[in-house]
Design a protein around this ligand. Structure first.
Ligand SMILES: NC(=O)c1ccc[n+]([C@@H]2O[C@H](COP(=O)([O-])OP(=O)(O)OC[C@H]3O[C@@H](n4cnc5c(N)ncnc54)[C@H](OP(=O)(O)O)[C@@H]3O)[C@@H](O)[C@H]2O)c1
Length: 297
């Protein structure tokens, strides 16, 4: 039985990946922060996930926690202190413990192809990738586009109240990648257990444009959804700059202006995932946009 070490298991993606790994019969050891409330660990304990409470910077403790693992999976979320410093400490410990493989906390569009400076969070992912590429460990970056769940949540794309789908730029047919968190977690679990997984795996539950989203929302709701153009990409860039200047500095990974940077990158299109690796694990089934929009009805 393979042992997978997971950092970030108390979070949305980490919890899902822990469950997906247990469903596949893997042993899971979760590294959680010291002092994590017992209630937050109940769900992991019920799934027979082993819990190790340790600070990721406590090198010897983390090396011990990584020993015997076939892969270390990270789903940490944060800014430089977390994605570079804490995740870097986890990486160093995995290498010192002789773990053969590492999956970084990416779960994004293809930030390797997005121009540096266009998205603050992608710049952090890219910085960590450079460090990972220099380390003596094999890695697999999971790229899934945007979480499809955001379509009925925070992403201001399908505007249910006014029956509009917002887009930016010239091209309402620009494809965008969406994958649910559950599908991403299932695929990540498969990749964690796959000794031959390559350095990058790209997945999308569905690639769909703003025009396609309008058609899907119309079909699912039975009411016509029309396109609403926010403006040019240059205009969106100006709004981002102004919002960033006016927003007080914070440690939040997703302030409003950062959300706008994601929107910019979606409609600019360079981070579109191709080719897709959806078929690598043939037992997986993919949730489509209509399935998710139906939940918002
Ligand atoms: N593609 C998309 O649309 C999209 C959207 C959202 C997120 N993501 C990506 O998905 C990944 C995970 O996000 P998520 O939504 O699962 O985040 P989340 O729910 O906030 O979970 C983050 C996890 O990281 C842990 N953590 C953060 N900083 C830490 C530190 N310094 N030391 C130890 N543990 C730390 C948290 O522990 P505590 O519980 O102790 O705080 C938590 O377990 C990230 O890579 C993120 O960029 C992608």
């Amino acid at each position: 039985m393979q042992l997978i070490v997971l950092a970030g298991a108390t979070g949305s993606m980490g919890g899902r990946i822990a469950q997906a790994l247990r469903q596949r019969g893997a042993s899971v050891r979760a590294i959680v922060r010291p002092g994590t409330h017992a209630k937050r660990l109940d769900v992991l304990r019920k799934q027979q996930v082993e819990i190790v409470e340790a600070d990721l910077h406590a090198h010897h403790d983390i090396v011990r926690a990584c020993e015997g693992a076939s892969c270390v999976v990270s789903t940490l979320l944060g800014l430089h202190e977390t994605l570079i410093d804490a995740q870097g400490a986890l990486l160093d410990a995995a290498v010192a413990a002789g773990v053969p493989r590492f999956i970084p906390s990416d779960y994004a569009m293809d930030f390797n192809k997005v121009t540096p400076g266009l998205n603050r969070n992608f710049d952090l992912h890219r910085e960590f990738k450079e460090r990972l590429d220099r380390a003596s460990i094999r890695s697999t970056s999971i790229l899934n586009g945007a979480f499809m769940n955001l379509l009925t949540g925070e992403a201001p794309l399908v505007l249910f109240k006014i029956h509009r789908v917002l887009y930016w730029g010239q091209n309402p047919d620009q494809l965008i990648d969406f994958t649910t968190m559950d599908d991403t977690a299932g695929f990540t679990a498969e990749a964690a257990l796959d000794p031959d997984a390559p350095p990058i795996l790209r997945i999308a539950g569905e690639q769909i444009s703003a025009a396609g989203l309008a058609a899907a929302a119309s079909q699912v709701s039975g009411k016509p959804f029309h396109l609403l153009r926010g403006g040019s990409l240059n205009r969106l860039q100006r709004i981002i700059r102004i919002t960033r200047v006016l927003t007080p500095a914070s440690d939040a990974p997703f302030p409003v202006w950062q959300g706008m940077q994601y929107l910019y990158c979606m409609f600019e299109g360079s981070g579109l995932l191709t080719p897709l690796d959806n078929q690598r694990y043939p037992n997986l089934r993919w949730t489509g946009v209509r399935d998710v929009l139906r939940q918002a009805k």
